[in-house]
Design a binder for this molecule. Structure first.
Ligand SMILES: [Zn+2]
Length: 491
């Protein structure tokens, strides 16, 4: 009996020590991230041609195996990069939705980590126990034009049963050939998701997908839940309160649900929004730290002791965020005053090469929005929304805007300027004033859902703020919290 007690004590001591070690590793991974970040892919609009040279680096390299496992509809090769000598297979695939690149970037950071000379003890522990397989950018045709769907126009994540897409067939074939023990299904989600009943964005959301309508929990799914609880603890440290749990309704056509059903403990990770991080590079770092730490805990087997009850404690995902929320402004309609909240969202519109974007904002909702939140919020009570005017002088070219004192022009209530010579290709300007062709007629001022918000916020007859293409520009006092991207050209 005494002997057993001692053994138990030793076990407890060991597990505490190993937990402390993992936390330590996580901190070090976070602190040293810059050493491994793949600098050639720093924006969301990455293409197959950006990642192919990164994959080729590992071809023929000792310890790595690079296998062509499939081809996209448009003929882009899909590669699997494998490393490690262990018997537990961990399979990670990213970007089955072409406009969801955050984890693809993190995968190359993780590969850089393994390719370095650092962390030799931890790496040995991982590579002795595991064989790790990466399939980055499963939908390269979608990535080419920064769209969710593949070239067939289908959502690959609804093709797990019918398997019409070569990309989906590749994913199934690789999963089956590996009989992977763990799967990481890596996505991005809307930046407008928040952790339920809080203003915090769901920077990372998790799901251990159900494998049947009853949402049963077997050993396979329970292990996925345990790893999620482990990762949640890590993210809470660097982005407190910014984790959500995805709805676990069974979707019979989705890959995550089926891969769970086929016996691989499947962890869905969705990268959402983070304040001020348009290109999601901080979120990419959180992916790197948490996924690498999860791989480590799978290698050590330490996740096995985590109670699954904690999974249910992660707040659910909700979709209640706007880019800009204006609360309680006054609005005069047909001679009467009304109080409105406005929720404004900024849609990204790609350039023709899908290498960059500009914003066109819309009012996504208006009315009592007291149950919603914003990345940026203004208490607009006491302010009246009034229409902007057209600057009295027509300019010859866009160049001439440079010569204007734009702050004064906005203060004077002008939100539009006419320009005589406008090239057809121009859709936006980086100045905070909308540009009109000589004959463009502005519609009558109305605040309506789906309209492009342009107005002034006035108090005691003074224009205190301008809203130009949905961007809030403070006109009086300090110009803080000024996040302008572009105004529109209207013709
Ligand atoms: Zn997705």
């Amino acid at each position: 009996m005494l002997k057993r007690l001692l053994a138990l004590q030793a076990l407890l001591f060991f597990s505490c020590t190993s937990e402390a070690q993992t936390i330590n590793i996580t901190d070090t991974l976070y602190a040293t991230y810059g050493n491994y970040q793949e600098s050639s892919i720093g924006k969301r609009r990455i293409k197959h041609q950006d990642i192919q040279p990164l994959i080729d680096q590992y071809r023929g390299k000792e310890g790595y195996e690079v296998t062509k496992v499939g081809t996209s509809i448009e003929g882009r090769p899909l590669h699997l990069i494998s490393l490690g000598n262990g018997s537990t297979d961990v399979f990670l695939w990213s970007q089955m939705h072409g406009d969801e690149p955050t984890a693809t970037q993190a995968i190359f950071d993780i590969l850089n980590f393994f390719d370095s000379k650092d962390f030799s003890g931890e790496k040995k522990a991982m590579l002795d126990e595991l064989r790790i397989h990466f399939l980055p950018m499963l939908n390269p045709d979608g990535a080419e034009v920064f769209q969710r769907r593949n070239t067939l126009g289908i959502d690959i994540n609804r093709d797990a049963l019918r398997l019409q897409s070569p990309e989906g067939r590749t994913l199934k074939k690789v999963r089956d050939s590996l009989e992977a023990d763990f799967g990481f299904n890596l996505h991005d989600q809307s930046i407008y998701y928040n952790a339920e009943r809080t203003p915090k964005p769901a920077t990372i959301s998790y799901l251990a997908p159900a494998f049947n309508y009853e949402k049963d929990i077997n050993q396979v799914r329970a292990d996925a839940m345990r790893v999620i609880v482990f990762m949640n603890d890590i993210i809470q440290k660097y982005a407190p309160g910014q984790v959500g749990r995805y709805n676990d309704d069974f979707e019979p056509r989705a890959f995550g649900d089926n891969i769970q059903k086929w016996g691989t403990s499947t962890i869905l990770i969705e990268s959402g929004g983070f304040p001020g991080d348009t290109e999601k590079q901080e979120i990419r770092k959180l992916n790197y730290v948490s996924i690498l730490s999860a791989i480590y805990t799978i290698a050590t087997g330490q996740y096995k002791d985590i109670p699954i009850e904690a999974y249910e404690n992660i707040p659910e995902n909700d979709r209640k965020l706007f880019d800009l929320k204006l609360e309680g402004l006054s609005y005069n309609l047909l001679g009467n005053e009304y109080t409105l909240d406005l929720g404004i969202q900024r849609t990204e519109i790609d350039n023709s090469a899908h290498s960059d974007f500009w914003n066109r904002s819309t009012i996504a909702d208006q009315g009592d929005l007291s149950t919603f939140y914003g990345y940026q919020v203004l208490d607009a009570s006491g302010y009246t929304a009034v229409p902007g005017k057209i600057y009295p002088k027509t300019l010859n070219s866009l160049e001439a805007i440079k010569g204007m004192d734009l702050l004064q022009v906005l203060k004077d209530g002008y939100l539009y300027v006419r320009v005589a010579d406008l090239a057809k290709s121009n859709k936006f300007v980086q100045y905070p004033i909308n540009v009109l062709s000589t004959n463009y007629k502005i519609p009558e001022f109305r605040l309506t859902v789906d309209s492009n918000p342009n107005f002034l916020l006035q108090k005691n007859g003074i224009n205190e703020y301008a809203v130009v293409n949905g961007f809030l520009i403070p006109l009086q006092g300090q110009q803080k919290d000024f996040r302008f991207k572009n105004a529109l050209i209207l013709r």
